[in-house]
Ligand binder design. Structure first.
Ligand code: SF4
Length: 373
């Protein structure tokens, strides 16, 4: 099997009727077959434009400023192996809170997730040479939460408070609350309707609110947005729960606003894997991408929700062998290893990869799977 499997035009330009065959492997439209194995690729997967731009920008910066120290604020993207390659080339990854140790003649790179408003200010004040790779989709969230606050609405973000992107975007609002999931949304809606106390609220959301947040004051008028990589259907449900709660509390929805800020790349990949899970006879899914990647994890959840089949979220081809697979279960935060993961007999595997996964990594996964048959 040639190493440039995924570069073949068949995966991009062929029609559903075109097939080619090489060394016992048949390849068609997003479909590869070999003896008892069928691989079905989601129509959209892998690197998004924001991630591609960020990687290119760092590589160009390393070339242009050869000899200078190049600091990246946090992870550039959520793929440890891509970040590792850039480190090998000389990029130094630091926590944004360590920015004071950056030398005056160094170059600072803002990652695709963006960075906090106060860090941007510090970069301007210190006049560092800066390369800002913040994805335009993330900039949209920054602008929306900032606008909500200017117009007297508290930003309520459906996201993860510890995620690099939500840390960055929430800093553009003076008052914010970050809601992780339906359970937290239900809690806040109960609070809005008098069913929870302020004390319990503050204990639960102490890490997910702005300094000085007072739910009695700051939840009178709310403007909702998303972390760009959340699950689309869950976000829509969260918005609707809040809209209904505000209507029930106030008798109108004038104190509620919502702006869907899930990025198009996330939505396209979720739609594609959802279509694969619903329409094709898939036995199990393999989803490739960093375990800390929110969008990759949500692809695994989407595949499972729509097909009910096992989903293995792996980081690399090295995570699998014919006998065992090491993966991140969709309901856990630590990887697990499963033996005998491949069913006996004919099997159809659905494949997808997160927006921070290089094409080459999915290609290695495909080659490895083919080697088992
Ligand atoms: S996943 Fe979306 S928000 Fe994140 S870098 Fe890609 S396009 Fe931008």
């Amino acid at each position: 099997m040639k190493a440039d499997l995924l570069k073949k035009d068949i995966l991009k330009k062929s029609t559903r009727r075109d097939w080619t065959e090489e060394n016992g492997v048949r390849m068609g439209f997003h479909r590869i077959e070999k003896s008892g194995l069928t691989l079905r690729l989601a129509n959209v997967w892998g690197f998004c434009y924001g991630v591609l731009y960020a990687i290119e920008a760092v590589n160009e910066t390393l070339d242009k400023y050869a000899g200078a120290r190049i600091y990246v604020l946090g992870d550039l993207i959520h793929n440890p192996h891509v970040n590792g390659e850039l480190q090998k080339r000389g990029a130094v990854f630091i926590d944004p809170d360590e920015i004071d140790r950056v030398e005056s003649d160094a170059v600072v790179v803002v990652p695709a997730f963006g960075t906090r408003k106060d860090i941007f200010q510090k970069i301007r004040d210190r006049k560092w040479v800066a390369v800002d790779t913040t994805c335009p989709e993330v900039k949209t969230v920054e602008e929306e939460v900032s606008r909500f606050n200017e117009e007297g609405f508290t930003a309520v973000i459906h996201g993860k408070f510890e995620h690099q992107e939500s840390i960055a975007t929430s800093s553009f609002a003076n008052h914010y609350l970050i809601i992780r999931n339906l359970d937290e949304a239900a809690f806040v809606c109960r609070y809005l309707l008098g069913g929870e106390t302020r004390e319990v609220f503050m204990t639960r959301f102490s890490k997910a609110t702005s300094a000085g947040f007072d739910p009695a004051v700051h939840l009178r008028r709310i403007g909702m947005a998303n972390q760009t990589t959340m699950l689309m259907n869950e976000s829509m449900e969260v918005f609707e729960m809040f809209r209904k709660a505000i209507f029930e509390r106030d008798g109108h929805t004038g104190n509620f606003r919502a702006m869907k800020t899930i990025c198009s790349a996330t939505q396209d990949r979720q739609d594609a894997v959802s279509a694969l899970a619903r329409n094709e006879p898939i036995d199990l899914f393999v989803d490739v991408g960093g375990h800390s990647s929110s969008n990759t994890r949500n692809l695994a959840i989407t595949a499972h929700q729509n097909g009910g089949k096992p989903v293995y979220h792996i980081e690399r081809a090295n995570d699998l062998s014919a006998d065992s697979i090491t993966y991140l279960p969709i309901d856990q935060n630590k990887p697990a290893t499963q033996r005998n993961w491949l069913p006996a007999g004919r099997v159809t595997i659905g494949l997808t990869a997160g927006a921070s996964t290089p094409h080459s990594e999915l290609e290695l996964v495909i080659q490895k799977l083919l080697s088992f048959y």
